[in-house]
Design a protein. Structure first.
Lengths: 101, 397
């Protein structure tokens, strides 16, 4: 008897899209990454990714450059707060409403 | 190597030998010298662990929960009101199935304020889903810490190692420090199959609905009730693991062998005293004296309180004429909790012994061997079959 037979029902789930619907509509401000400042985008190296690490909803990719999924991003601003080079600006959604309809 | 040291140092030495990776604890009497010793081990480089200072017991166990969730071997220790302050996280650790080991240096609970020994603190956390082991001397403290890590990691359930404040924590006794290579042979390094890892993101213990539901792959995930039922089933099954670990330990270190009930002169005994912790060794003197008077008596120390070893209790006590159960804790408004558990286990036995329950030593009230002797003798003389009663002894007003 050992570990294999025990703890078969630990509460866990993998992150997946859409449990709470398309939460991007909750957003008041939109995070925009300035790719001329963002460390991985600027250096072309696998580096930093603080935004990916801190995003509570897992909507930022660990890619060069990082990409934010606006369908689900709630605009919490944590990425902008944590970015060590201030590459992420929070822009009022109203500024996009006119252009995007 | 044999040393003469305190019970707290015995515990710290076990934690060091177990190659514990993360320690977070907040000092509280009578546990304080244990955490001081551990921080000393770490600061002197005698132990390669992360010692994380925290501002409270609630934070101490929270840190341990986070560390254990990443797959680290994790330890904390506390006493009395410190244990109660972390109580919310005590429930969390077992619900999350994290194999944390915690020493509870048993102390009475305020109010009124007390720093002396009884068992009310760990007893009050009885129903949290933790495994609770009681040590009776310094060697058992060290050995039980090592066994606790192995049991916890095999069954994914946290373990409390309980030992009496002051009586064991601050008294000095000889004990053997096992060789590191033997401990390494006994206790393999910890690996978890369900840990936090940035490469494989995972949510753990988020809001879990009353009913089952499909996960993102379409497989059915358990609801809260399935998860809690699984904890109960695994606790019951962990009785076998506790026994296996005890046997494995004995095979390597040639000590121990009684994981559930440690008996002294019980085989032919008609009357048996039952208790937990260091009191069971004090009662051996009482048994010796009564044996000199020609009484067939013995004493049984319950080593494992949760999961409760019902079958071991039935095997040990059915056929006896009487049980005298001494307890340093009480379920206020009812009776001693060990008494409740033992009489409940024996309900299904046809020839039940009488069972008398004595509450004593509350808040560190001195337990005199003469009082134990008088009480045991009185119980034997007055006991009747199927009789149950609870009394306090040592009261002065």
């Amino acid at each position: 008897m050992g570990q294999d037979n025990f703890g078969k029902m630990k509460s866990h789930s993998e992150p997946g899209p859409g449990d709470g619907g398309k939460t991007g509509s909750w957003r008041v401000k939109r995070p925009i990454i300035d790719l001329t400042v963002c460390i991985p985008a600027k250096s072309g190296k696998v580096a930093c990714f603080a935004c990916w690490m801190y995003c509570p909803d897992g909507v930022i990719t660990r890619t060069i450059p990082p990409v934010i999924d606006y369908e689900y991003c709630k605009g919490c601003e944590i990425c902008a707060e944590e970015c060590p080079v201030n590459a992420i600006e929070m822009v009022e959604e109203t500024q996009f409403a006119d252009k995007e309809g | 190597m044999h040393v003469i040291e305190s019970g707290n140092v015995a515990a710290a030495t076990g934690v060091k030998l177990a190659r514990t990776q993360v320690i977070a604890a907040y000092p509280i009497t009578p546990q304080t010298p244990l955490t001081e010793k551990l921080s000393e081990f770490v600061s002197k480089g005698q132990m390669t662990a992360q010692y994380i200072p925290v501002e409270s017991e609630h934070s101490a166990l929270s840190v341990c929960i986070a560390a254990s969730s990443t797959g680290s071997r994790t330890f904390t220790a506390t006493s009395a009101n410190g244990l109660l302050y972390m109580s919310e996280q005590v429930h969390w650790a077992s619900g999350a199935r994290l194999p944390i080991v915690m020493c509870v240096v048993n102390r009475g609970v305020g109010a009124p304020w007390t720093v002396w020994n009884d068992h009310q603190d760990s007893i009050s956390q009885r129903d949290t889903g933790w495994i609770q082991m009681h040590a009776c001397d310094h060697q058992q403290i060290l050995d039980t810490v090592l066994k606790a890590f192995m049991v916890a990691e095999k069954v994914s359930i946290p373990v409390m190692v309980c030992y009496d404040g002051y009586l064991l924590s601050h008294s000095y006794m000889p004990f053997e420090i096992p060789k590191q290579e033997d401990v390494d042979r006994f206790l393999p390094s910890f690996s978890s199959d369900c840990k936090l890892d940035p490469e494989h993101p995972l949510n753990q213990n988020t809001v879990t609905l009353p009913d089952v539901r499909p996960d993102i792959h379409g497989n059915m995930s358990p609801g809260y009730m399935e998860i809690r039922h699984n904890l109960q089933q695994d606790l019951i099954c962990s009785l076998d693991v506790v026994k296996e670990v005890e046997d494995r330990f004995k095979g390597i270190f040639n000590r121990g062998g009684s994981p559930f009930i440690e008996s002294y002169l019980c085989e032919d005994a008609e009357y048996v005293a039952v208790c937990m912790g260091s009191l069971s060794y004090q009662l051996r003197d009482v048994v010796d004296q009564l044996r000199n008077d020609g009484q067939k008596v013995g004493v049984a120390g319950v080593r494992l309180y949760r999961p409760f070893p019902n079958q071991a209790v039935i095997d040990a006590f059915s056929g006896k004429k009487g049980l005298v159960i001494f307890e340093k804790g009480i379920s206020y408004g009812n009776q001693g909790p060990l008494f409740t558990d033992i009489t409940s286990a024996l309900y299904q036995v046809e020839e039940r012994p009488f069972a008398h329950n004595y509450i004593l030593g509350i808040g560190g009230r001195e337990i005199k061997t003469q009082d134990l002797l008088d009480t045991f003798r009185k119980s034997i003389q007055s006991g009747r079959k199927n009789e149950i009663k609870t009394e306090w002894i040592g009261l002065k007003l």
